[in-house]
Design a protein around this ligand. Structure first.
Ligand SMILES: [Zn+2]
Ligand SMILES: [Zn+2]
Length: 293
C-alpha cells in the first residue's frame, strides 16, 4: 500500500510515463551524496526536489522512480504501479522491474523503519500485483555505485526479502549478519559457538568449532532453525536476520531448559557451564516441569 500518493505532492494522480508491467521484482536505489534527512517534512521536500530535477533538469516525463521509502518508513508514490521506469539504466530493467529510492546517500545507513518500509512495499507488490519477490540493486543492471555499500549489502544478505515485521530489531551493523559459507575467522567462530549453545554442536562434525564455515556449519544452522519451528529444508549458507533471530531463540530456549532448577539431566551437569566441554553427541533429557521465577 502507498502511504503518500502522487496527489499528496501536488502531482497528477497518474504518471504521464508509458505503461509497463514490471513483475520481475524490485530494484533498490540511493541518492549518492548524503541527504541528512531526519523528518517527514524534509523527506517530502526531498521527493519533490527529485521530481523537479528529473523533469526540469533531465527532461524526463516524470520522476524516474516507481516508489520511494522515506527515513520514517513511509512509502511514497513516484511513477507508481505499471509504469515504465527511468531508473535501472536498461530498457528491460525499466520495463520489467519496479524501482524504489531510499532517499539516503552511500555514507548513510537506512533506518529500521525504512527497511521495514521496503519489506512492506515488496510484500504489497507481490500480493496485490503479481510481482516476483526478487530484490536487486541498481548496480546489478549497469555499472554504478548505486545503491551504495550499506544498501547493497542488505540486498545481497536477504534483509529486504524478509516478511514485514520479522526480526526488524536486529542491528544491521552486527558483524554476524551477512557472514556466509566459505568464510573463516572470528565471526564464524562466534556463530559456531552459538550453534553449540543452541544445542546443535554435534552437527558441526568432528572438527567442531574451528572458525571455518563449511557445509557442516550450514547444515547445523538449518537444524537450529528447524528446532524452533522453521520449515526450512536446505542448508543455511548466509547469516541473515531471520536465521540470526532463530539462532538466538534456540539458544535462549536451551539455556532456560538447562538451568531451570527443577530439571534433571541424564548424566552429570557439571560441564554445563562451558559450551566447549559439552560432549559432541549430547542428548539432554528434561524431566519435571519448568518453574516460573
Ligand atoms: Zn540507482
Ligand atoms: Zn515520513
Amino acid at each position: 500500500m502507498i502511504d503518500y500518493p502522487r496527489t499528496s505532492f501536488g502531482w497528477s494522480a497518474t504518471s504521464p510515463a508509458g505503461s509497463a508491467d514490471p513483475t520481475s521484482g524490485l530494484v533498490v536505489h540511493y541518492n549518492g551524496p548524503a541527504t541528512n534527512l531526519s523528518s517527514h517534512a524534509g523527506c517530502v521536500a526531498y521527493w519533490k526536489g527529485v521530481r523537479d530535477q528529473h523533469v526540469n533538469g533531465n527532461q524526463w516525463a516524470d520522476i524516474g522512480y516507481s516508489f520511494g521509502v522515506d527515513v520514517c518508513g513511509h512509502i511514497f508514490e513516484g511513477r507508481g504501479l505499471r509504469k515504465y521506469q527511468a531508473a535501472q539504466g536498461t530498457s528491460s530493467g525499466n520495463a520489467n522491474w519496479y524501482s524504489v529510492s531510499l532517499m539516503i546517500g552511500g555514507s548513510e545507513q537506512p533506518t529500521a523503519a525504512q527497511i521495514e518500509g521496503v519489506r512492506r512495499l515488496r510484500a504489497w507488490l507481490m500480493g496485490a500485483y503479481g510481482a516476483a519477490g526478487t530484490v536487486r540493486g541498481h548496480r546489478d543492471f549497469v555499472s554504478t555505485s548505486c545503491p551504495g555499500a550499506p544498501l547493497y549489502a542488505m540486498v545481497t544478505d536477504g534483509t529486504f526479502t524478509q516478511a514485514p515485521g520479522s526480526a526488524a530489531s536486529i542491528s544491521q551493523e552486527d558483524p554476524l549478519i551477512g557472514a556466509r559459507e566459505g568464510e573463516s575467522g572470528q565471526v564464524v567462530t562466534a556463530i559456531q559457538r552459538l550453534i553449540v549453545q543452541a544445542g546443535q554442536g554435534a552437527a558441526l562434525g568432528p572438527t567442531g568449532v574451528d572458525g571455518d564455515w563449511g557445509a557442516k556449519t550450514s547444515e547445523a544452522l538449518m537444524l537450529v532453525r528447524q528446532s524452533v519451528g522453521s520449515s526450512v529444508t536446505t542448508p543455511i549458507r548466509v547469516m541473515n536476520g531471520e536465521t540470526y533471530g532463530q539462532l538466538l531463540t534456540a539458544m535462549a530456549r536451551r539455556q532456560v531448559a538447562l538451568y531451570a532448577p527443577t530439571c534433571e539431566y541424564d548424566g552429570s551437569s557439571s560441564t554445563e557451564g562451558s559450551a566447549t566441554a559439552l560432549p559432541s553427541s549430547e542428548t539432554v533429557t528434561i524431566t519435571g516441569t519448568l518453574k516460573r521465577n
